[in-house]
Design a protein around this ligand. Sequence first.
Ligand SMILES: [Zn+2]
Ligand SMILES: [Zn+2]
Length: 177
Amino acid sequence: MSRSTDWTPSLWLDIFEELLYDDNELDYGDQWTLNFNYSQTDKVTKEERKRGWKVYCHCAYGNFRCATCNKTWPSARVVVLFRYRLRGDRGTVIMRPFGQSCRRCQDDEFDLPGFSQKEVEEALLRLFSKIRKNCYGDEDDRDDDGSSACSTKVWTKPHEASLCEACIMGICCQDDE
Ligand SMILES: [Zn+2]
Ligand SMILES: [Zn+2]
C-alpha cells in the first residue's frame, strides 16, 4: 500500500474529511466539500474571480503505472491543481490531478498518479493553509511556503516535459533546481 500507483479519489476524500472534521483544519463553521474535475485548467476568468474562485497548484511526489505495458515509475513533479471558493457557509474545492505518459509506449495516453497517504495529507494541509489565508484572511501561515514542498527527496529520472500533461499545458511546477 505504501507505493500506490493507482489514482484513488476516495483516499483524497477520506483524508479531506479527516483533516476537516477530526483535526479541525478549517475551524470556521463552514461546510467544505471536495470534488474532482479532470479537465479544469489554472485559468480563472474575471467572472470566476468575481464569484470567488481561486486556484492553487501543488507539486507532489507520486507514482504512475502505464495502462498499456504496466511499467511503473515515480515522479517528484506531479501536479495537482485545486480550485476553491467560499460562498456563504459553503466551501468548494475542485481538484484535478495531472497525468504523465509512459516513456516506453509514447502513446500520448496520460496515466493518472497514485499517492501515498502522507503525500495526500501534505497536499491538503498546504491547500488548507491557502484557504485560511485567502478565504478567511488568516495571516499566520502555520507552514511557510517553500519549506516542505516536494520534501520527499527521492531520486527520480529527470522530468520529461513531453511526457507530462501539466508541462504540455504550461502549468507544471516551477523548475527550482
Ligand atoms: Zn507503457
Ligand atoms: Zn511537468
